[in-house]
Design a protein. Structure first.
Length: 252
């Protein structure tokens, strides 16, 4: 059930039947010359909507994230991590006021992760809601290793493949070689044990990290279906639990 497509009267019944809300979050940021700025929120939205069940409500997608490290690349939008944290926390608090107090934050952008976890911790500690942070790529680590000969991490083979499956018309196949040529092998830059690479441009000329030329629509289908199945199983796990059992244990 997609909340934004309901009226206030039909939403009342849908929320009454719901056990879990799915909150897709992503970013609008550079993904090199071959992938669109909306890669992360497009993937998160598609995965959240792939869980089609009466006990789950899909919230509108949050399309701007914690992306200042991509700021030198045209089109990138960003907010601070504290702003993002507050938006997630207050959105889920508003849903909890309607009676649905269990959530999965379906996240498509790694830069959002710390803020989501802080929001989840705050909601749990004050007893408002239980929110499980869920990064789609972490649910398919083993399959990614099986499919590709690269670690990547941004606009890489895994992301390109998933988008190819979800919205293939948004992938510029003719620019994949350009993306790979200017890409870095991994995130970050270290000197004598210190991390000195702050922005993407410190390590990657094209904005990509990894080798997107290894991508394919077929690999994307396998990754998407595996991630969707993992997300559905997580919703099962949450739906089966009484809310009180998800709150912090009391110290005796």
């Amino acid at each position: 059930m997609h909340l934004a497509e309901h009226t206030t009267t039909t939403a009342a019944d849908a929320l009454a039947d719901a056990e879990v809300v799915l909150f897709p979050t992503g970013s609008t940021e550079q993904h090199g010359p071959a992938l669109p700025l909306g890669m992360d929120h497009v993937a998160a939205r598609a995965l959240a909507r792939s869980v089609d069940r009466e006990d789950a409500v899909v919230l509108p997608t949050l399309p701007v994230g914690v992306s200042e490290h991509h700021r030198q690349f045209h089109g990138t939008l960003w907010v601070t991590d504290r702003t993002f944290e507050r938006f997630v926390r207050e959105t889920l608090s508003s849903v909890a006021s309607h009676g649905v107090r269990k959530a999965v934050v379906v996240n498509g952008h790694g830069g959002n992760d710390a803020a989501i976890r802080r929001a989840a911790r705050s909601l749990r500690q004050d007893g408002t809601a239980f929110a499980a942070p869920w990064n789609w790529w972490e649910s398919v680590d083993d399959l990614t290793e099986e499919l590709f000969e690269e670690g990547g991490g941004h606009a890489d083979a895994a992301e390109t493949s998933v988008l190819w499956h979800v919205a293939g018309d948004l992938v510029r196949e003719d620019a994949l070689e350009e993306a790979a040529a200017g890409a870095s092998d991994s995130w970050g830059k270290r000197v004598h044990g210190a991390s000195v690479g702050v922005d993407t441009l410190d390590v990657s000329e094209s904005g990509a990290v990894g080798d997107p030329t290894q991508a394919s629509p077929e690999a994307g289908q396998r990754l998407f279906e595996r991630a969707s199945a993992e997300l559905d199983a997580l919703v099962d796990w949450l739906a089966d639990r009484e809310f009180e059992t998800l709150l912090p244990p009391e110290h005796e």
